[in-house]
Design a protein. Structure first.
Length: 289
């Protein structure tokens, strides 16, 4: 069957059919998926039967894999790339965020599959950060182009690193993670493949702006955060068994809806190695002074 890509909304998302992710993919199929990912940013594959090994093989066809997480260990010794999001063990994330932006090199993208789903609820939303940028007025976009922001993962992961792992995290970009020093990324990211600009901040990890007062930082971040997640350029996915979703982490944010109480939800995520975010001024991430 030929691969078909059917948009889910005008702004973001597509359902891809005619492909079995459980087996080897020919180069032409991989190229089609990568092209669709750049265009639609979020791709949904239905009725897939994936083992952890097949999940890893599909993700690896899209790019070089990272460890499961800078801090959290992987599924097991045979699958160190698989990050287990277990609702019974802190695996909930009901806030808009882009994955792992608190590292110098956040992932290029993610491949997420449903393992155990609650009877109701547990949807995930994705939003188009290019659309969020364009929603700003021209003078505000010009200001955003000049700004840098601090991204900090300590609130979510520092205690885990120090207490459960005794300060010994995973190896990320060739260095073992022993601390979670905040990093600085441009507020506006230029996509390395398309050249399009996106608003690269999120309530999940962005804590302040540099070069402005604290009051100005709060006001501007509130303005930027308000532009993220508007329904007209977001898509909401209701999970079913066999679903696999791939997204471009460089131009999207996502939100895992926590509306299923104490019902169990387990997802497996693999991330693809990315590069340092670069802004319109062509400057890359640095450590916070």
């Amino acid at each position: 069957m030929p691969i078909t890509v059917n948009p889910l909304t005008i702004a973001i998302g597509a359902e891809v059919s005619g492909v079995d992710l459980g087996g080897p993919l020919p180069p032409a199929a991989v190229a089609t998926i990568r092209e669709a990912l750049l265009d639609r940013k979020v791709l949904v594959f239905r009725d897939q039967v994936l083992t952890p090994a097949a999940h890893r093989a599909f993700a690896a066809a899209l790019g070089e894999l990272t460890p499961a997480h800078p801090v959290v260990p992987g599924l097991d010794a045979d699958h160190p790339e698989i990050y287990v999001l277990d609702s019974g063990d802190g695996g909930k994330s009901p806030v808009w965020h882009t994955d792992v932006t608190f590292m110098r090199n956040p992932p290029l993208g993610s491949v997420l599959r449903a393992v155990s789903l609650p009877p109701t609820g547990g949807d995930t939303l994705w939003t188009n950060l290019e659309a969020a940028y364009l929603a700003l007025s021209a003078p505000v976009r010009e200001l955003a182009d000049q700004l840098d922001a601090v991204h900090d993962g300590r609130k979510d992961f520092e205690e885990y690193l120090n207490t459960r792992l005794s300060g010994e995290g995973n190896t990320w970009e060739g260095e073992q993670v022993r601390s979670l020093d905040p990093v600085v990324h441009p507020v506006v990211r230029v996509h390395p493949e398309t050249g399009r600009r996106s608003l690269f901040v999120s309530p999940g990890f962005t804590t302040r702006l540099l070069g402005v007062s604290e009051r100005e930082s709060r006001a501007l971040l509130d303005l930027f955060f308000d532009a993220i997640g508007r329904p007209e350029y977001s898509v909401r996915h209701r999970w079913h068994p066999g679903d696999v979703v791939v997204w471009d982490n460089r131009s999207t944010a996502h939100y895992a809806v926590d509306d299923y109480g104490d019902q169990h939800r387990v997802m497996h995520r693999i991330t693809i190695r990315g590069d340092q975010p670069v802004g319109p001024r062509r400057e890359s991430a640095v450590l916070v002074p």
